[in-house]
Write a protein that binds this ligand. Structure first.
Ligand SMILES: NC(=O)c1ccc[n+]([C@@H]2O[C@H](COP(=O)([O-])OP(=O)(O)OC[C@H]3O[C@@H](n4cnc5c(N)ncnc54)[C@H](OP(=O)(O)O)[C@@H]3O)[C@@H](O)[C@H]2O)c1
Length: 272
């Protein structure tokens, strides 16, 4: 694990925004959108070179302090390193965006067990531990907010993508509980994107392009999610098309929704 990248530190007073999984995709879009609002940043992911390039771009474009940390949040050491960096020198973060995550396509029995467990650690354990450890320092910071990236997959069982969907169902339920527990201290929001252009689908081994699903850009997902966080929304589904799909999945019997989801996900793997 690398150390925290060198950077101006005067942003610490205003409360940094921590973005996990910021090296590409939705996380990078969050970083740019937060910087446009004049907030300082701590960017985290494993690929430090990508983080450093993004940090340089953001400093040049927006003049805000940006720190980077190359860390694997799927292991305890990586989480410890992030907490240490976030709280170093008495810092009190103002925002935590738990965005890092990945999916794993395939029936549970066919998935590599090591990768399944890595996914559980990153998508579930890191979200819980980071929220729990950072919330006390964030509490009372003006505008303090936690934004957890779930998914539209959180709303129904997804055969063929089942463990991933279950991790996001966890994130959704966990976030709803934290929203109440931290009321008046920290705004807590779950953002539920649907199909979003990013590196996610290549990592997951999933190709949904042939489906007539609403597709969003990472930039739109991030911008709308930040507005939902500002408004104190508990659960934000990204985009109108996804809102309609989620509403529909809430109306139809679960026995039907899991069959439909299974037909979508089990037919759409990349040839690997
Ligand atoms: N794209 C979609 O259609 C979609 C839909 C719903 C929800 N989501 C959720 O949105 C979030 C962001 O995904 P994305 O679409 O932006 O995917 P992406 O382009 O693949 O980005 C994933 C990010 O997570 C980081 N990451 C992966 N493993 C990590 C680890 N062990 N430790 C630290 N960072 C790690 C990656 O950076 P490094 O590889 O450098 O570590 C990368 O920055 C995820 O939680 C995903 O489940 C995505």
């Amino acid at each position: 694990m690398d150390g925290v990248g060198q950077q101006p530190t005067n942003g610490a007073d205003r409360g940094e925004c921590i973005v996990t999984g910021a090296s590409e995709g939705i996380g990078a879009a969050f970083a740019r959108a937060v910087a446009r609002r004049g907030r300082s940043l701590l960017l985290v992911a494993r690929r430090g070179a990508l983080l450093d390039a993004l940090a340089a771009e953001i400093r040049a474009a927006h003049g805000v302090p940006v720190r980077t940390l190359a860390a694997d949040l799927g292991v305890a050491d990586g989480i410890d390193a992030l907490v240490d960096a976030a709280l170093a020198d008495g810092r009190r973060p103002s925002m935590l965006i738990n965005n890092a995550g990945f999916g794993l396509y395939g029936d549970v029995a066919a998935c590599d067990e090591r990768r399944l467990v890595e996914m559980l650690r990153l998508n579930v354990e890191a979200v819980v531990v980071l929220s729990r450890r950072l919330a006390p320092a964030m509490s009372g910071v003006p505008g303090a907010a936690i934004l957890n990236v779930a998914s539209t997959a959180a709303f129904q069982a997804c055969p063929g993508f089942g463990t991933y969907a279950a991790t996001k169902a966890f994130v959704l339920a966990f976030t709803e509980a934290m929203h109440i527990e931290l009321e008046g201290k920290i705004r807590v929001t779950a953002v539920c994107p649907g199909y979003t252009e990013s590196g996610f689908h290549a990592v997951a081994g999933l190709d949904l392009k042939t489906m007539k699903l609403p597709i969003m850009t990472a930039e739109d997902v991030a911008e709308q999610a930040l507005r939902a966080s500002d408004a104190g929304t508990c659960v934000h589904v990204s985009g109108l098309g996804n809102k309609v799909l989620v509403a529909a999945s809430g109306i139809v019997p679960r026995a039907l929704s899991r069959r439909v989801a299974g037909k979508i996900f089990r037919r759409n793997s990349f040839e690997r």
